[in-house]
Design a protein around this ligand. Structure first.
Ligand code: KG4
Ligand code: ZN
Length: 350
């Protein structure tokens, strides 16, 4: 760590995690997260109003906790970064308003950054500067995209995306079908460990020769979700018990197989030798193993942040904000908006 590198505080509130991270340069000093996930579990999905209220309550204590962990005072902070989209409008507003209040009262610049780009930038905290270019497979509850990244502070180049459900959404929906709690990803991951991944041959979306012509780097998970639902229904009708571990393992294999296959195809097509995987689904243990295995055969290096940095957190926002400072990007105006449908290509609010 270089002592005079800027101290950046990042705020994340796009969904149900109130995250406050503090970095110096690209060194992580604190990553405080308060989650309202338990309050949503009984509804089977995030309730926006509940999330917004929880962010309001958690914001000040989470900022305090981050400062205590990092051993810094708010007055020491050189810049504030905040997720200003995409995400839940009300939830984003809490983070953006808090960041503006801090920036104004401390007299420090504010950087309104893109949540998806932050999921990519966070890897720098663990594995050093991102190779330029690299290919990012971004898989979360709301997005599944393949992005070519040359400089994360100026933009990303979308190569493909899901045409229906996001990968995390598919995990959450299939978990629900299997009677597993919300959010389903970690539960499927755990259940799959005791299952047989080749027990059921679930479909791989958009991989037929015809589909590949139009959707070579796109994903589709809604057909897979329906196939799992049909399979489980048929099993229940027959009166036999549903083999939860086998269904979880076979479903997970179908998702990970296609995610990795298309990501490596895109990297090869672009002559890119580094694949970065980010977003909540990147915490999946099978996805990590499969990517390593297959990429290794092609001479492609894989970078995946540790699971705690894959799911939503404030450190990723601080990491991207700090990269903006390091590359002398213009800070955002103090009246920057929260933008729930911010496109992935807009990495910094101008
Ligand atoms: O990035 P994230 O924390 O929030 C969004 O920006 O959406 O991603 C949340 C998603 C959820 O759908 C959750 O089920 C999934 O990430 N997830 C996982 C795992 N951990 C979280 N999916 C598969 N395996 C996991 N271990
Ligand atoms: Zn996310």
């Amino acid at each position: 760590m270089i002592p005079d590198e800027p101290l950046v505080l990042g705020i994340e509130t796009s969904c149900d995690e109130t995250g406050v991270g503090i970095v110096r340069g690209q060194t992580l000093l604190a990553d405080a997260v308060a989650s309202s996930v338990d309050e949503h579990a009984r509804f089977g999905g995030v309730v926006p109003e509940v999330a917004s209220r929880a962010h309001l309550e958690a914001m000040v204590p989470t900022i305090q906790r981050a400062c205590d962990t990092a051993g810094v005072r708010l007055a020491d902070v050189d810049a504030i970064a905040v997720t200003h989209g995409p995400g839940l409008a009300g939830a984003l507003l809490v983070g953006v308003a808090s960041a503006k209040a801090l920036a104004l009262s401390l007299g420090k610049p504010i950087y309104g950054v893109n949540h998806l780009a932050a999921h990519v930038a966070v890897d720098q905290l663990e594995h050093g500067p991102l190779p330029e270019p690299c290919l990012a497979l971004l898989v979360s509850g709301g997005h599944s995209s393949l992005l070519k990244v040359t400089d994360i502070t100026t933009g990303v180049d979308p190569m493909g995306a899901t045409i229906d459900d996001a990968a995390g959404e598919a995990f959450d929906k299939v978990a629900r079908l299997l009677g597993l709690p919300f959010p389903g990803g970690p539960h499927i991951d755990r259940a799959a460990r005791d299952g047989n991944k080749v027990a059921i041959d679930f479909p791989r979306g958009l991989t037929s020769r015809r589909d590949l012509e139009r959707h070579r780097f796109d994903y589709s998970f809604s057909g897979l979700k329906t196939a799992v639902a049909r399979w489980v229904e048929a099993r229940e009708r027959s009166g036999e018990p549903v083999p939860v571990a086998d269904v979880a393992a076979s479903f997970q294999e179908a998702v990970c197989d296609v995610l990795v296959r298309k990501a490596l195809d895109a990297a090869s097509a672009e002559g890119i030798e580094d694949l970065m995987i980010g977003g909540g689904v990147a915490a999946n243990s099978r996805l990590r193993v499969l990517a390593e295995e297959r990429a290794g055969r092609l001479g492609i290096r894989v970078r995946v942040p540790r699971p705690g940095l894959c799911t939503d957190n404030g450190a990723m926002v601080a990491a991207l904000g700090s990269a903006m400072v390091a590359r002398n990007r213009q800070p955002s105006p103090l009246d920057l908006p929260a933008d729930s449908s911010l496109p992935v290509t807009e990495v910094l609010a101008g």
